[in-house]
Write a protein that binds this ligand. Structure first.
Ligand code: UD1
Length: 426
């Protein structure tokens, strides 16, 4: 199994290209199931999760071809054609590896009137149920049963548009409901939906495919269903979580980075808190520029919230940053119940953190020291990379496959800015 070796203590200087968003790409790839024509997606990141979704689409019978980049495009470009779908079953083996596989449920049901998707089960950061996905689809007339670990959804007469208010904001459930509503008969009004940029990106792509979607980015989305959707071309938005992670990498190493392609509008709250903590973040003509303002970082409290609040996917990285600040900070996680697994690993690097329920008190100004640490999930693992970049001595990160699910060529991007980081292949 690969490991990553970091010799810490070097400030990062230079430019980093931000990749396409993994979390935007996954529902967009699933949306290809909604049409028999070709959906061409560009700016896809080369990541394990994208490969998993590709494998799932191919298992269902879709044809997925990587094609050369054309003028105006970047990243990986895939053409997905789901005319020959032969199976409506997403098997346990694939869903267990990547929970976002559940995003094929809405599109399969909407286009073929039936779907079978393995229940994802728990994961390292919490129980993560899919009840809201199912409730929204039931509101559109789906009959849903759970059999032998699989969600079986049927709508033999097709789905019908519905009014549905989500009791809790869910990104994935909003996406599944939007994709289903795009082909349902009549109008749907989805209330208390997620407002993440990935939702707006999905809406743009669905509109390019001929769907009638209004209100994405607000808390109510209206969709008038159409009889069929057609092919389209769509470029995936930049990855705001990757960009946010590199903002913090500059701050923790006292470096100076330019992030090409990063969007200020996707990162307003994290940037506000980073500024409060003592960094300068400015918009440039093609991205963001970040460096420390003056002197050390100062302890800053943060609470995770649905967008436009501070993303839970940046919480572990912010905690790593706060371990090196002056004074204390309180970090409260409100989205997932078990998202502090990075804490014991940060302890091994000398951090002083006490967890009380959903809050962690970080007493900063600790000198971090390199250690052998283990990744437990995607964002926890990158927080250990950040800590390793700031620490004295060597850090070895085990279970790098978590990192590979969500960060494209991270060691190459960091090394190009002066980090001493290398992948040790077993
Ligand atoms: C997405 C992101 C993930 C991010 C999360 C929150 C993707 C592929 N993943 O995950 O990186 O951390 O948003 O921003 O985009 N919930 C229920 N019932 C449901 C669905 C969710 O109770 O049916 C709960 C979850 O357990 C969690 C909260 O709602 O506590 C938010 O989860 P959700 O927004 O659905 O996260 P995902 O879409 O899984």
């Amino acid at each position: 199994m690969d490991r990553i070796l970091i010799r810490g203590g070097r400030p990062l200087f230079g430019d980093i290209d931000i990749s396409g968003s993994k979390n935007a790409a996954l529902p967009l790839m699933a949306a290809a199931i909604l049409t028999s024509e070709t959906l061409r997606l560009s700016n896809l990141p080369r990541l394990a999760d994208i490969a998993s979704m590709r494998r799932l689409l191919e298992t269902l019978g879709a044809e997925v071809v990587e094609v050369p980049v054309e003028d105006g495009e970047k990243g990986m470009v895939l053409e997905i054609q789901a005319s020959g779908v032969k199976s409506i079953r997403a098997p346990y083996d694939l869903v267990r590896k990547m929970r976002a596989s559940v995003l094929v449920l809405g599109p399969l049901l909407a286009r073929f009137g039936q779907a079978e998707v393995s229940l994802p089960g728990g994961c390292a950061i919490g129980t993560r149920p899919v009840d809201l996905h199912l409730k929204a689809l039931e509101a559109m007339g789906a009959q849903i049963t759970i059999e032998a670990g699989y969600i079986r959804a049927e709508a033999p007469e097709g789905l019908t548009g519905a009014d549905f208010a989500f009791p809790l904001v869910s990104v994935g459930a909003t996406e599944n409901a939007m994709m289903a509503a795009a082909l349902a008969a009549g109008e749907s009004r989805l209330v208390n939906v997620a407002r993440e940029p990935e939702i707006s990106d999905l809406a743009h792509c669905l509109v390019a495919m001929g769907a009638q979607v209004e209100g994405a980015g607000s808390d109510t989305i209206r969709i008038r269903g159409v009889g069929s959707l057609h092919g389209a071309r769509h470029a995936v938005i930049p990855d705001r979580i990757e960009a946010g992670t590199f903002l913090m990498a500059a701050a923790i190493t006292d470096g100076d980075l330019r992030l090409r392609g990063a969007e200020m509008a996707h990162l307003e709250r994290p940037i506000e808190l980073l500024r409060r903590a003592g960094t300068t973040v400015e918009e440039t003509n093609n991205g963001l520029h970040v460096k420390r303002t003056n002197g050390p970082l100062v302890g800053t409290d943060v609470m995770t919230e649905a967008f436009p609040g501070f993303a839970t996917d940046l919480q572990a990285q912010f905690m790593a940053l706060m371990t090196t600040a002056t004074g204390a900070s309180m970090i409260t996680e409100t989205i997932f119940e078990n998202r502090f697994m990075h804490v014991p690993e940060l302890h091994r690097m000398g951090a002083n953190i006490t967890v009380h329920g959903a809050s962690a008190l970080v007493r900063g100004q600790q000198k971090l020291t390199g250690a052998e640490v283990m990744a437990t999930d995607l964002r926890a693992s990158v927080s250990l990379v950040l800590a390793g970049l700031a620490a004295e001595g060597e850090t070895v990160l085990n279970r790098v496959y978590h990192l590979d699910r969500g960060y494209e060529r991270i060691e190459a991007k960091l090394a190009a800015c002066g980090a001493e980081i290398e992948r040790l292949t077993a």
